[in-house]
Design a protein around this ligand. Structure first.
Ligand SMILES: [Zn+2]
Length: 239
């Protein structure tokens, strides 16, 4: 594992993701308000985020706005005012990413088409659709807009046929590998005994290589390059 990007979920953990990223070589972080934490966030948090993002530009370990996005899987936040608030926070954070010329790490759950609608308004943006799942048509559109498809633990389950089809379909330049640790454990982990950590990425790369019929070396080389290209600030520090 050469680099790890640690995204935040709300303003209360901005300083901890920054501190953790600084504790080891290859540690990087992203700042943003996660859709599942929008309901407990306030309008003023967006203003604070803007101030903190601007300051973070001086920190080479800081690479992206994230996680941001929309989550319509969790029922309580999928309708009415809670849903509107999610869309408002998402749009405001896309504006911040554009203003500071930063890539975004997207959380996309049961919200693919609406997220695509927003992304089309910000054509200059790019980033990663992390833990991507969705229809083939939706995947095509994320790829066309220049987003990397994040492939991780979910892909390691044989029943995840749709994700496995996405994993095999596109040119290797369109993917990033991820663990989403401690969430989304791969099929071989019993999380009660062994927590999901970034170390699992090696075996995730093997599964991905198998699905695509390519060598692990090829997968490692190209997904690493993709990651550096999508996070220019990381590339700048590492090379
Ligand atoms: Zn997520």
């Amino acid at each position: 594992v050469r680099a790890i990007v640690i995204p935040s979920v709300d303003i209360n953990n901005f300083s901890s993701v920054r501190d953790i990223a600084h504790q080891f070589d290859g540690g990087f972080y992203a700042l943003g308000i996660h859709p599942m934490y929008v309901h407990s966030s306030e309008e003023g948090d967006l203003e604070q985020l803007a101030v903190i993002l601007e300051k973070a530009l001086d920190d080479p370990r800081f690479v992206a706005v994230g996680e941001i996005g929309l989550d319509f899987f969790v029922k309580e936040i999928a309708t009415g005012a809670a849903r509107e608030k999610q869309e408002y926070f998402f749009n405001e954070q896309l504006k911040l990413a554009r203003r500071f010329e930063l890539p975004v790490i997207l959380h996309v759950r049961r919200s693919q088409d609406i997220i695509l609608k927003y992304l089309r308004r910000y054509e200059e943006l790019s980033g990663i659709a992390h833990a991507f799942n969705g229809s083939e048509q939706q995947a095509d559109q994320f790829v066309e807009l220049g987003y990397l498809l994040g492939m991780g633990g979910a892909m390691t389950f044989e029943r995840a046929q749709q994700i496995r089809r996405h994993a095999a379909k596109y040119d290797l330049r369109h993917y990033a590998l991820e663990t989403d640790s401690p969430d989304m454990a791969p099929s071989w982990l019993d999380v009660k005994k062994t927590p999901n950590t970034p170390m699992q990425i090696a075996r995730i790369a093997e599964v991905f290589a198998d699905l695509r019929g390519q060598s692990v070396a090829e997968i490692q080389k190209q997904t690493w390059e993709n990651t550096l290209n999508i996070f220019p600030r990381m590339k700048q520090l590492i090379s």
